[in-house]
Design a protein around this ligand. Structure first.
Ligand code: AGP
Length: 612
């Protein structure tokens, strides 16, 4: 996710733009930039936070009544000055800011290079502004038409604003798959990724729909049309939210907002990588290492916390689908226990922040022994990303809540893509199984969205358990890591002790804990060793235990036994972790809120553990 802001009107644009970027910094903060129309088009941008941009600009006397600004969360191209937005067109008479992912940027870039264009950045965004100017100049058509024609060649997601030195009385905006809102003031217009930079100036806003564009005038009426050139009558909403909640998208906490972002973040993590129609998975980031993965005798996954739980799902995926032995290691243990590491080992390091000290140290140890290191990180250009030989970024966007939610499902999404890709290349699964699985995988974002619909019911369940002192989480097979992750979520934000266990392990000790004071969450989805899990539930019930069960919708057997049942949509066993985790995230969230805990910043915790 990135933050974009635009202004056109009678006021000085820069103060409005920079304040808007501060409001949007939660959406991304690895680089920032601004472009202002003051006769000619002036552009400033820098690696770092919005404050670094403000400092850079402070040395210049800036004026101008129209401009665009951007705070970046990198998806293509390292966070640095060159890759920061805005991006100039070749003539430097146009500039663009963009939030989204252009999936076919490489093809478009190659065509433009063949037509003699030169690029300065690694971004997909710079390709779009080159394409717009190429169309405008070669066909001598107006800017808005050139933008419209260019967008018809784009595959992917975008929220863009374009400013032109030659058309100083207008800004052009467009949207598909990424949010964009236009504020209507008194002879002035504001554009932003959400209403937080706008609400202090006007409550009248227009939300562009997908594949819509807007011609925003310095004076006069806003024009909205589709990129297929159909005029639309803009619908003006009245904003009611207070600024403080808008940065959270109307949610009371970043954690809940991020839980609800998962249909989008999972889809973004698959975007440009999974094409069920063509029956292909392509992971550009590791393409040069596919053979290493196919031929390796062992995969070692190193991570911490929630990322370690994602790694455990990865173990089940790689062994089950690709038939490659996997070891999942706590990075903090791995780095000190003098592990045996072979040159043909492939190490996969998983980290949301990309800065976890133990994981970084584990990578350095494995690299010193000659292993191949692949990364799965959420922060482009992070220390861990740069320490690996290659990798695939999750496209979850900034995760502000300390408790990791959307990063976990995005990590599992990447691991699922990797395992399926290698399994298909190795032939360890049949082509029909591969096609069936990737077709089901495309349906996962919608199934996660359906799982979120249990939120209200989960809130009611949470009210019964807000004062308990211990929880047990049980699961088997792919649901064992889900049980561990559910337990970690609960304990780290509600401060209730919770343990995750393989369901079958209960009779080897933990069953002694069971009584009516000990709620037991059981992930009992229909796939895998379902009958065995049902027996475990009966064992708990026989000891007066209280069962909260996550089941596949339509399940009757567990419903007969459990005290509380949360349905999730049916899916293939290998994808159950992506869906079964959702109710456990919501359960922990609501219990923590009911206990008055600081959900986004739990006590004693930090978002990124950059120390040992
Ligand atoms: C997850 O909810 C925790 N905040 C924590 O366990 C986290 O997953 C762990 O510190 C690893 O962080 P990383 O993914 O940024 O490396």
């Amino acid at each position: 996710m990135c933050g974009i802001v635009g202004y056109i009107g009678p006021k000085e644009a820069y103060p409005i733009l920079i304040k808007g970027l501060y409001r949007l910094e939660y959406r991304g903060y690895d680089s920032a930039g601004v472009a202002l129309l003051d006769g000619d088009l002036k552009l400033f941008k820098t690696h770092g936070k919005v404050a670094d941009l403000d400092k850079l600009v402070s040395g210049h006397k800036l004026s101008g009544h129209a401009g665009i600004a951007h705070t970046r969360w990198a998806t293509h191209g390292e966070p640095n000055d060159v890759n920061a937005h805005p991006h100039y067109s070749p003539s430097k008479k146009l500039a663009i800011i963009h939030n989204g992912i252009i999936e076919n940027y490489a093809v478009l870039k190659e065509e433009l290079i063949n037509r003699g264009y030169v690029f300065s950045s690694d971004t997909d965004t710079e390709v779009l502004i080159h394409l717009i100017e190429d169309i405008q100049q070669n066909d001598g058509i107006p800017l808005e038409e050139a933008v419209r024609m260019a967008l018809n060649q784009v595959i992917g997601a975008y929220a863009i604003v374009v400013v032109s030195e030659e058309c100083p009385d207008q800004l052009i905006a467009a949207k598909k798959g990424s949010p964009l809102v236009i504020g209507i003031g008194d002879n002035e217009y504001f554009i932003a990724s959400d209403a937080s930079p706008i609400v202090e100036y006007t409550k009248d806003v227009v939300y562009l729909e997908d594949e819509e564009m807007a011609i925003i005038p310095r004076k006069g009426e806003l024009i909205v049309k589709t990129i297929t050139n159909q005029e639309k009558t803009p619908y003006v909403f009245q904003l009611e939210m207070q600024l403080s909640s808008i940065e959270k998208g109307g949610f009371p906490h970043f954690m809940l907002k991020e839980i609800y972002e998962q249909p989008r973040s999972i889809k973004d993590s698959m975007r440009g990588r999974l094409n069920a129609l063509k029956g292909i998975i392509s992971l550009g980031g590791i393409i040069d290492y596919e053979q290493k993965l196919i031929n390796c005798k062992r995969i070692i996954i190193v991570a911490c916390g929630t990322s370690w739980h994602a790694g455990l799902v990865g173990e089940y995926l790689f062994e089950d689908l690709a038939r490659i032995p996997v070891e999942v290691e706590y990075a903090s243990e791995f780095r000190y226990r003098n592990p045996v590491i072979f040159e043909n080992d492939v190490v996969i390091a998983i980290s949301q922040s990309g800065e976890t000290a133990d994981t970084l140290a584990a990578i350095e140890l494995a690299r010193s022994k000659g292993a191949t290191i692949l990364g799965i990180c959420n922060v482009v250009g992070s220390s861990i990303a740069r320490a690996t030989h290659a990798g695939s970024y999750t496209h979850a966007g900034p995760e502000i809540g300390v408790a990791s939610t959307k990063a976990f499902t995005a990590q599992v999404t990447i691991l699922s893509l990797m395992a399926l890709l290698i399994a298909d290349k190795k032939g360890s699964i049949s082509k029909s199984q591969f096609y069936q699985l990737i077709s089901e995988m495309e349906a996962i974002p919608a199934k996660v969205g359906k799982a979120l619909q249990s939120n209200e019911m989960i809130l009611e369940i949470s009210k019964k358990f807000q004062d308990v002192r211990n929880f047990l989480y049980l699961g088997r097979g792919y649901n064992f890591p889900v049980a561990l992750e559910g337990a970690l979520k609960l304990k780290e934000i509600s401060y209730i002790h919770a343990e995750g266990y393989p369901a079958a392990e209960m009779k080897h000790g933990p069953i002694a804990l069971i009584d009516k004071e000990m709620p037991v969450v059981v992930v009992a989805t229909r796939k895998g060793s379902y009958d065995k899990v049902v027996s475990n539930i009966q064992e708990v019930k026989a000891r007066k235990g209280v069962i909260i069960a996550v089941v596949t919708e339509g399940d009757e057997m567990v419903r007969e036994l459990a005290d509380y049942v949360i349905d999730i949509p049916e899916t293939d066993e290998v994808f159950v972790p992506l869906v079964a985790t959702i109710p456990l995230q919501l359960l922990s969230y609501h219990i923590a809120v009911l206990r008055g805990c600081n959900v986004d910043q739990p006590r004693n915790l930090a978002k990124s553990v950059t120390v040992e």
